[in-house]
Design a protein around this ligand. Structure first.
Ligand SMILES: Cc1cc2nc3c(=O)[nH]c(=O)nc-3n(C[C@H](O)[C@H](O)[C@H](O)COP(=O)(O)OP(=O)(O)OC[C@H]3O[C@@H](n4cnc5c(N)ncnc54)[C@H](O)[C@@H]3O)c2cc1C
Length: 399
C-alpha cells in the first residue's frame, strides 16, 4: 500500500486560500513528505520527540509563522494553521509539537509579554532553537481550571511557586527554555481565586520534570508532569499584570483550539487520502473494494468532513488574522475544534475499517492515526467544554 504523502490538489475547492497561502501549503507538504514522512514510523516507535525533526522544522521557519515580525516571526496565523495541517497529515505527534510550541509556548509571551520578556525569549522560540510549554492543567484540575492548587506568593526578591502540573507538552526537552505556569496569587473579594501567570525558565531550581507519560498516542511528542517546590523567579517573570492569568489563558486557548482543529483536519485528510489509495488497490470478490458502495460511501463521507472542517478552520483562522471581536472568535474556535476533532476520531474509525485487518497493524499509518486522534477531543478543552462554550455563546444558561 502506497498512498501519496504529497498534498492532493482537490482539497481546497470549498474554501479559498490566497495564492500565496496555496503556494506555502505546497511547500510545507513537500517538506513534510521529503524530510519527515520517511522517518515517522521510527520516531513514533522510539516514543520520544525527535529533536532532528524539530531542528528541520525550525530551519524551515515553521515556529515563527504566527509570531511578531519584530522578533523574527511572520505574523500570520493562517499560515501556522496550514503548516500544522500539513505536518499533521504526515504525523500528528509532530503536528501537536508545532501547535503547542507556538500556540501554547510562544503565543503567551507574544500576546502578553513585556518588551524585555519578548526580547529575551521570543527570537529563539520563533527560530525553533528553543521550545516553550504552557502549564495550566493540574492533577486535580483540568476543565475546571479555576480549581488549580498551584500557588505563588511574592516577597522582596520575587515570586515563590509551589504546586504541580500535569500533561504538559514540550516541557521536558533539552531545548525547553521556559514554561509559563498559572498559579493562584490570592483570592478576590467575590471569593474566586486570583490567577496570575509566571514565566519559569527551564532548569530553575525546584522545578522537577517527571518522566514521560506512557501515552495511547502522540508517541513522538514530549509530555511530562511537573512539580514545583519553592521555585523562585524574579518579579519581572510575571507575565502581564497580576490577576490576569484567567483571561490570558482563555485567550491563548481560543487560538490553540483553532490550531488543534487544523491538526484534526490534517488527520481527516490523511484518512481520506489513504483510504482512497487502499480502496483502489485492495481487491476482494473479483475487483477493488472501492467499487462496493459500503466502502466508497464511507470514503465520500471523509471527503465531506475534509471540506466542512476546512471551512471552519480557515474561517476561524482568518477571523483571528483580521482581529475579529473576542466573542465571535471564541465561538468560531470552539465550533471548529469540536467539529474537526470529533470528525477526526470518526474518520480514523472509518479508515481503519476500510483497511480491514491491515488497519490494525502498526506498519500501516492508519493504526497510528487511530491512536493519535483521540487526544484531539481532549487537549485544549474537551468536546464537552466546547459544547458548553458554544451553548453559552447562544445565551443558554447551561451550567
Ligand atoms: C497528550 C496531552 C497533552 C496535553 N498538553 C497540555 C499542555 O501542554 N498544557 C496543559 O496545561 N494541559 C495539557 N493537557 C491537558 C488537557 O488540556 C486536559 O487533559 C483537558 O483540559 C481535560 O482536563 P482533565 O484531563 O483534567 O479532564 P477533566 O476536566 O477531569 O474531565 C473529565 C471528563 O469530564 C468532563 N467534564 C468536566 N467538566 C465538565 C462540565 N462542566 N460539563 C460536562 N463535562 C465535563 C470532561 O469533558 C471529560 O470528559 C494535555 C493533555 C493530553 C492528553
Amino acid at each position: 500500500m502506497a498512498a501519496s504523502n504529497r498534498s492532493s490538489s482537490d482539497q481546497l475547492g470549498s474554501y479559498q486560500l490566497s495564492e500565496e497561502h496555496q503556494d506555502f501549503r505546497a511547500a510545507v507538504a513537500e517538506f513534510a513528505a521529503d524530510q519527515l514522512a520517511p522517518h515517522v514510523d521510527r520516531w513514533n516507535a522510539d516514543h520520544e520527540l525527535p529533536m532532528e525533526a524539530v531542528k528541520q522544522m525550525g530551519h524551515f521557519g515553521l515556529f515563527g509563522l504566527s509570531g511578531p515580525e519584530e522578533y523574527g516571526g511572520a505574523g500570520d496565523f493562517t499560515s501556522l494553521c496550514i503548516a500544522i495541517e500539513e505536518i499533521g497529515r504526515v504525523d500528528q505527534s509532530l503536528g501537536i509539537t508545532l501547535e503547542a510550541a507556538v500556540g501554547l509556548g510562544a503565543n503567551p509571551l507574544a500576546q502578553f509579554g513585556t518588551e524585555e520578556q519578548k526580547q529575551r525569549w521570543l527570537p529563539d522560540l520563533l527560530a525553533g532553537h528553543a521550545l516553550a510549554a504552557f502549564g495550566l492543567t493540574e492533577p486535580e484540575s483540568g476543565s475546571d481550571a479555576l480549581a488549580m492548587r498551584t500557588r505563588a506568593t511574592s516577597d522582596d526578591d520575587g515570586w515563590v511557586i509551589n504546586g504541580s502540573k500535569q500533561f504538559i507538552t514540550n516541557s521536558g526537552t533539552d531545548i525547553t527554555s521556559l514554561i509559563t505556569v498559572t498559579a493562584r496569587t490570592g483570592t478576590r473579594e467575590n471569593g474566586k481565586p486570583e490567577i496570575s501567570t509566571l514565566i519559569v525558565p527551564g532548569g530553575t531550581e525546584g522545578l522537577e520534570v517527571g518522566p514521560s507519560y506512557n501515552k495511547l498516542g502522540w508517541h513522538a511528542s514530549d509530555t511530562h508532569p511537573l512539580s514545583l517546590s519553592d521555585v523562585r523567579v524574579p518579579h519581572d517573570h510575571l507575565l502581564g499584570a497580576r490577576g490576569k492569568g484567567y483571561s490570558q489563558f482563555l485567550s491563548i486557548l481560543d487560538d490553540g483550539r483553532i490550531a488543534v482543529a487544523a491538526l484534526a483536519l490534517g488527520c481527516i485528510r490523511a484518512c481520506r487520502d489513504l483510504s482512497v489509495g487502499y480502496a483502489l488497490e485492495r481487491r476482494a470478490f473479483g475487483g477493488p473494494i472501492g467499487r462496493k458502495q459500503a466502502v466508497a460511501f464511507k470514503i465520500a463521507d471523509l471527503d465531506v468532513m475534509c471540506h466542512a472542517a476546512g471551512l471552519l478552520v480557515y474561517t476561524a483562522a482568518s477571523m483571528r488574522d483580521r482581529g475579529a471581536p473576542a466573542a465571535e472568535l471564541k465561538r468560531a474556535a470552539s465550533v471548529a475544534k469540536l467539529y474537526a476533532t470529533e470528525s477526526a476520531v470518526t474518520a480514523t474509525r472509518i479508515a481503519t475499517q476500510v483497511f480491514g485487518g491491515y488497519g490494525f497493524m502498526e506498519e500501516y499509518p492508519i493504526a497510528r492515526f487511530y491512536r493519535d486522534a483521540k487526544a484531539l477531543e481532549i487537549g485544549e478543552g474537551t468536546s464537552e467544554v466546547q459544547r458548553l462554550l458554544i451553548a453559552r455563546g447562544l445565551g443558554l444558561p447551561v451550567e
